[in-house]
Every structure is written in C-alpha cells, then in structure tokens.
Design a protein around this ligand. Structure first.
Ligand code: WTA
Length: 657
C-alpha cells in the first residue's frame, strides 16, 4: 500500500464512537432504512430523490451506462436548474423567506429574500442574453464572496450557459489558462475585493490576464470597493460594462426555458497529476438531484427552520454544491460571509453564528485547526447553542481536531459529519448520517444510501475488514463528472484506466476499512497535494519554478503540516554552479510561484540542492524528498541511480522561508 503520513498514524488507532442522540434521531431527515431501500432498488431510490425537483418533463430512463464511462442520468427529462433553486420557492409562497444573510468583511450586510433573488437572477439572465450569451456558451466568473457571484452563476444556469468559476486568489496566468481552455465569451469580475481589512484590486488583474484573449467579447464588472483610478480599474470602452448599469436597464422578469437533464451546467478546473488543470464538466439533472439529496440528509436541513452556513468559497466545488445548488434547491436560509475568519477579530465566525443563530455549520479541517491554535477561549465567549449539525470537508480530519470541534463548537452535542467527496464526484459520497450513524472521530465511515464505494488492493480486489488500499467508486452516481472539457481521452486515462478491467472509478485517495467495515480516508496516493483543503499538483508547482530563469530543475513534495494538512516543500537546482541561494533568491522564487499560480501555491519552504534523487530511469523519488522535508530518516535508497545523492542533499542543505 502507499506511504502514510505520520500524522495519520494516530487516526488508525482511534476507537471512540458517539451514538446518535435519541431526540435528534426522532426528527432526522435520514433513517437507517434508507441503506436497505437504496440497496434493493438503486434506480428507484434515485428516481425518488429526483422527484423532489421540479421537472418540465419526466425522464424515460433513470441511468444509461451503456456508453461507460460517459453516464447519462434521468435520460429524456427536462428542467431548469435556476428555476428549481429560486422560482419554485417563490411560486410556493416562500418569496419573503430570506435566502441569503450576506455579511461583508467591513461589516456591511444584506438580506436577500427568495423573491429578491428571483428578480436579480432574472435581470442578470436578461443582461447576459443582451450581451449575446446563448445556451452552451461559457462565462468565466472571478468574484469574491458577494451575492452577485451567486446571482451570476444562477443567471448562467437559467439561460443554459456554462459557468467556469475561477477562485479569486488565482493569478492572472491561471485565470487566462482557464479562460482560454473554455473559450469563455464573457468574464464577470469586480473592481476589487476586501481581504483582511484592505481593498485589493481585482479588475486590474483580470485585465492583465485578458490581454489578447481572443474568445472574450465582454467583461462585466461588479462595483464592490468603489476603486476608481485607472490603475485599479482600467477600462476598455468597447468591452467593459458595469454590472449595475447593465442590470438597471434589464426587465425583472425572465421566462426560464427547460433544458435536457444532460445539458452542461458548469466547468470547474481542478489540479491533476500533470501541470495542466482539468476542466471538470458537470451537467444538470443528476447533479442537482444529488446536491439537493445530500444537503438534505447529510446536514438534516429543514427549510424555514435552519440557518445554514458553509464557509467555502464559490471558487471551489464545495461552494458550487453546498452554497449555491444544494441549499438553494432545498430552500435554505443561509449565511454568506465575504471575508477572512480573523477580520477584524478571531471570533468573527462565532459572532456570526450567534447573531444569525446558525444551526448548521460546514467548514474544513484546516480552519478547525486554526481555530484550535487561536484558543478555545474565543468561541467560549459566544452563544453557539443554535448549532445542531457540524460538517467537515476537504481532507481527512484528525481525531484531535474532530474532538475539539465537537466539544468547543458543537457543545458536545451536535453530530459531526465528515464528508468525503471531490470536484469530480460533484456531491458528497461518503459520510455519516446525523441521527443514524454512530460517529467515529476521523472516519467518513460509509457510502451514502444510493452510493457505492470500495477499498481495493492493487489488483482491484476488495480488501477485508482491517485492510488498506485504494478508494474506488464501483457504480455510476447522478452527480458524477461527465468528462474533462475538450479531452475525453484524458478523462478515460485519469479516472478509468487504473482499474479498467473492473470498470472502477479511481479517486486517487488511499483508504482503509476498520474492523466494523467503516472507511477511513488516508490522503492522496498520487502527486496531488492537499494544502488547506486545496488541491495543488506537484507538477504544477514544479513547472512554475522552472519557468523562473534562475532554476534549472525542481522537485516538489507535500510535507505534513500541523495546520494546513500539507505544506509545499520545493527542492531546486539553480542554474550555473550556484548552490548558494541567498534569502533573496528563495523569496523571489516563492513569489514567482505565487505569481504564476496564486498565493495558495506559494511553497512553505524552498531548499536549494545540487542534485535530486532519481531512479535509473530518471524518475524523481519524491518519497525520499518527503523524508527530508518531514525531518525523518531517509528511507530505502537502493533504487537510486546515485546512492550518495541523499547524503549530498542532507549535508548541503540551505533552507529558505
Ligand atoms: C480530499 C473537495 C478525507 C480527498 C470536496 C479528495 C477528503 C480531495 C475529504 C478532493 C474528507 C475531501 N476526508 N479527504 N472528508 N474531503 N478530501 O476536488 O483527497 O477540492 O480526493 O473536493 O480532497 O478535493 P476537491
């Protein structure tokens, strides 16, 4: 099996369990019987979930897997995704219910009801149509967490255009690569964004990205910070248009057209094992069905009663499925917060929970560990008694963080759902069900009713209880990706070739069964790092490093990190004979990577070396570099072409950062 991070060792000896509370169980959306129900009639089970949406015409077939690995779900059905997330709630008499309690970083707030959301989405749909956007076109969105980001996504969905949301922290180079790959016709961005109390330019960065971008016809700009100098907000008259000016001229009504269940909904780029990001393609009916179903049962969400808050950014899949599509399809009232968790103070999240009486809170282990570092006295100052379900996503949650979350945030009472899924799976796949599952700190436990997953060995055979191996998904699921944008071959190769004989989807994660058969996720087994829950490929960072004139060669590894899960550690060989990197060179290289990819990819540490450990066939042995990066004794070096390399590295290390 794969190498394991030492941080995960204690996870494997964890034995505590927490049975569901009787009162909670009595009112829970999920019931233990769902597993058997889904088992005995899988398609019937999913049809039942799909029936909770509003379809213009019903499907003739639940799933068509005849052209595997390209699935079709709810074949022949027609629906409008945005109508399902907004209009149908207004039509049912819930127009006055708050959809979004928005909290700006500087302290400004907005309450948006479903009726107001409907009006804004209609105006934006009309606005995009007036710019020539038609069904099937791609719209790139680089926006921070402001209501317009959600409105823009829903407006695209409403007219059948695909959105490609690009995280606000990505560099101009990264944005441009995504705009070009999807051939986006329109880009939506803002003048600037608030980050840690300061306004930072956004439009200027987007303009830098779009120089010579042939596909882009219009750029829509939301006014947020009020920046106005030409340096901050450069303007191209023939191309750029203010969001508020366009919306002011648009009718507040828009007839939503129904699209085929398999009509593409969005593209979201994610890191793979090669340098080029993959455009993960999702479609409409199956995606919305699973996003809504999982949001309902995993978070026990009750419309009109709960106040839900997912702290993700819409730049990631969690923001797509659990801020936009799942919660809105389920008529949630949710908090959307624009800023960082410690602005202006480290109790900001708990203050928001207290003020809005948040009942469901969904965040990432890296943030939980940060809260732990800040101290349990901070949440203790606030009334968190409204919280009744806590969620975790993005990486394996270590038992210490799980226990802290339970005690200091959940008051020792709120069930924790550790949800495993990926950009590719579209929605949650493995998770406890609150009110049903006896939870275990650190385990995502079992595939949800309707979902099938297994832990298998190298040959694809399921391992016995207690055994470890690779996580695979052995049956198609409604929200599964439908491919990689423009690259069917890469789709087959990346996900379906490893266990081609068995027809399994290979997730790229290592996993283990405990003696009860519960699943414990053990992190990636490929060259993808997980830094603060963000996927970054080692190759991507290596390419960024070697694009710097001073660098001859680079190897990057993810080393375990107490707060961020993994930290990026780079080993570089400089050009010429220099092994003497001054502090300045190291800083330059770190900034260069941030400039090429984005600040999230900035290496934690850069070590200048004279050689890299390679096998005789020239493959870099990252395992050995990880030993160095994690201050461990270096493991087996017998397959190295030159066994003395590791000694040279160890003795010649100059470390930066
Ligand atoms: C990891 C985020 C363990 C995993 C929704 C997966 C997790 C990758 C968990 C997907 C979890 C996510 N336990 N590992 N609960 N959730 N992961 O595409 O390695 O950004 O393959 O999707 O994050 O990351 P992505």
């Amino acid at each position: 099996m794969t190498e394991q991070s030492p941080a995960l060792d204690n996870l494997l000896s964890e034995t505590r369990t927490f049975p569901p509370d009787g009162e909670f169980a009595a009112q829970a959306n999920a019931g233990a019987g769902m597993y058997a129900e889904a088992q005995s009639d899988r398609e019937g089970f999913w049809a039942e979930q799909a029936e909770k949406l509003d379809w213009e015409s019903r499907w003739d077939q639940v799933v068509d897997w005849s052209n595997a690995p390209f699935a079709r779900w709810f074949v022949g059905g027609r629906l409008n995704v945005a109508f399902n997330c907004v209009d149908r709630h207004v039509a049912a008499g819930f127009g006055d219910q708050v959809a979004i309690h928005w909290v700006g970083e500087p302290g400004d707030t907005r309450e948006i009801t479903y009726a107001q959301l409907q009006e804004e989405v209609c105006r934006a749909a009309n606005g995009l149509a007036s710019l020539g956007v038609v069904a099937g076109d791609r719209v790139a969105i680089q926006l921070q967490m402001i209501p317009e980001a959600i409105v823009a996504m829903l407006a695209c969905a409403r007219i059948g255009a695909l959105h490609s949301v690009v995280f606000g922290g990505f560099s101009p180079t990264a944005l441009r690569a995504r705009v070009d790959d999807a051939e986006a016709k329109v880009v939506i961005t803002s003048d600037g964004q608030y980050r840690r109390g300061k306004a930072a330019a956004m439009k200027a960065q987007v303009d830098e990205a779009l120089v010579g971008a042939e596909s882009v016809q219009r750029v829509l700009v939301v006014r947020r910070t009020g920046a106005e100098t030409p340096e901050e907000v450069p303007w191209t008259e023939s191309r750029d248009i203010w969001w508020h000016e366009l919306m002011a001229t648009q009718p507040a009504e828009h007839e939503a057209e129904a699209f085929d269940s398999e009509h593409p909904l969005f593209i979201l780029y994610t890191s793979g094992t090669t340098g080029k990001p993959k455009g993960i393609l999702h479609t409409s009916g199956g995606y919305l069905t699973q996003a809504a179903y999982t949001h309902r049962v995993v978070f026990d969400h009750k419309p009109g009663q709960d106040v839900y808050w997912c702290t993700a950014d819409i730049g990631w899949v969690t923001g797509h499925s659990y801020i936009v599509y799942g919660p809105l399809a389920n008529r949630a009232t949710q908090v959307v917060y624009e800023g960082t968790p410690n602005t202006p103070h480290e109790g900001r999240h708990w203050e928001i929970v207290q003020n809005y009486k948040v009942s469901i809170y969904y965040t990432a282990p890296t943030l939980i560990r940060t809260f732990m570092k800040w101290g349990s006295d901070i949440p203790a100052k606030y009334d968190l008694s409204s919280l009744r379900v806590l969620g975790s996503v993005g990486e394996p949650i270590n038992p210490e963080a799980w226990m802290w979350y339970r005690e200091h945030i959940g008051g020792g009472r709120a069930p924790i759902v550790d949800t495993w899924w990926q950009t590719e799976t579209g929605a949650i796949m493995i998770s406890p069900l609150p009110g049903v599952t006896h939870t275990k700190p650190g385990s995502a436990q079992a595939p949800l009713p309707g979902i099938s997953a297994k832990v298998v060995d190298d040959n694809g055979a399921e391992v016995p209880a207690g055994g470890g191996g690779y996580l695979v998904l052995d049956k198609p699921w409604p929200a599964m990706l439908r491919g990689i944008w423009g690259d069917d071959e890469r789709y087959r190769e990346t996900y379906w070739s490893r266990f081609a004989d068995q027809g399994f989807y290979f997730a790229g994660d290592g996993a283990k069964y405990d003696s009860d058969g519960d699943i414990w996720l053990l992190g990636r087994v490929d060259d993808v790092m997980n830094v603060s829950g963000h996927r970054i490929s080692t190759t991507e960072v290596e390419s960024a490093l070697v694009s710097h004139p001073a660098v001859a060669e680079a190897a990057v590894v993810g080393a375990s990190d107490a707060t961020t899960g993994q930290g990026i550690v780079a080993f570089v060989i400089l050009r010429g004979s220099s092994t003497d990197a001054g502090e300045q060179t190291v800083q330059d290289l770190r900034n260069h990577v941030a400039g090429e990819i984005g600040p999230i990819a900035k290496p934690r540490q850069i070590m200048v070396v004279s050689e890299l450990p390679k096998t005789r066939s020239g493959k870099i042995m990252r395992r050995l570099l990880r030993d160095v990066a994690e201050n461990r004794d270096v493991g087996d070096v017998t397959t190295l072409a030159d066994a003395s390399v590791m000694d040279q590295i160890a003795s010649g290390l100059k470390s930066g950062s």
